[in-house]
Design a protein around this ligand. Structure first.
Ligand code: ADP
Ligand code: MG
Length: 262
């Protein structure tokens, strides 16, 4: 699926959130949206999901204006929205049952997709019986089982510890290779963006404008991101976070850093 964001403006009452955002997201591309908290990243994602209207301009999916949610565009966020009273398998199968798939077939597919995220053997567990990482693996299986054309990920691993997060990033990358959806990924983890993205858009504080765009396509990446250290430093710099050794001797950018953390 190809997204076109055309002259996007968004305000909530008097609050200007997004100004003149223009970008094309190509079929099969993974674009990471990075920026200070509250700048409007989730709002952009919600517009692509069809959950939020624009105040000006339009978002197109394959050339057609987005009018509402559609199963071809799947949203996944940090708080796993698994139903606590359903097993992992039932949670994953539900994604297909919503689309009126045959129940038995949905269960069988759910088992297959759980195995792809290393959860074979845990099908009959309930969400509160497994770890947070396993719950997000389940959420990944549920997001991918319907093989969506687009995946909209809002800080999907934000609540996980650093090591678990990396294993989930590996799992996500594997699934992306198999299903090849177009992905918009909101993250405040710069390393996550570097590892997963073909392209990174760095936004300013609200109202959000793109400060800079980084291209990382055609890189075979591992979690050793040392090759990207200069880019990482530049992105952190754009976010007002000191990253270079020499910045320690200059004025600390407390004001900007607080804005980022707000
Ligand atoms: P981010 O995801 O970048 O942290 P959001 O897109 O969630 O930021 O929010 C951007 C700004 O818009 C924030 O100031 C937030 O409070 C505001 N906002 C988001 N959704 C709504 C809403 N439905 N009504 C009013 N204000 C909103
Ligand atoms: Mg957000």
């Amino acid at each position: 699926m190809k997204f076109s964001f055309q002259n996007i403006e968004k305000s909530f009452g008097d609050l200007r959130v997004i100004e003149n955002f223009n970008r094309e997201i190509d079929h099969g591309e993974l674009v990471a949206l990075v920026g200070p908290s509250g700048c409007g990243k989730s709002t952009l994602l919600h517009m692509a999901a069809g959950l939020e209207k624009t105040s000006g301009g339009s978002v197109l999916a394959d050339g057609k204006a987005i009018r509402g949610p559609h199963p071809e565009r799947t949203l996944m966020f940090q708080e796993n929205a698994l139903y606590p009273w359903l097993t992992l398998e039932q949670n994953v199968a539900l994604a297909l049952e919503f689309q009126r798939a045959d129940k038995r077939q949905a269960r069988e597919l759910a088992r297959q997709w759980l195995a792809k995220v290393q959860l074979a053997g845990f099908e009959d567990y309930f969400p509160n019986q497994v770890s947070g990482g396993m719950r997000q693996r389940t959420a990944l299986a549920r997001a991918f089982i319907s093989q969506p054309k687009a995946l909209l990920l809002d800080e999907p691993f934000g609540a996980l510890d650093a090591l678990t997060r990396m294993t989930l990033q590996d799992a996500l990358r594997q699934l992306i290779r198999e299903v090849a959806p177009t992905v918009l990924l909101v993250t405040h983890d710069v390393d996550e963006a570097l590892f997963l993205a073909d392209r990174i858009l760095v936004f300013s504080p609200r109202p959000a404008v793109v400060l800079k765009e980084f291209n990382l396509s055609h890189h075979e990446k591992t979690h050793d991101l040392s090759e990207f250290a200069p880019m990482r430093r530049e992105i952190l710099g754009l976010l007002g976070i000191s990253a270079a050794a020499e910045t320690h001797t200059s004025e600390p950018s407390i004001h900007i850093t607080e804005e980022v953390a707000a």
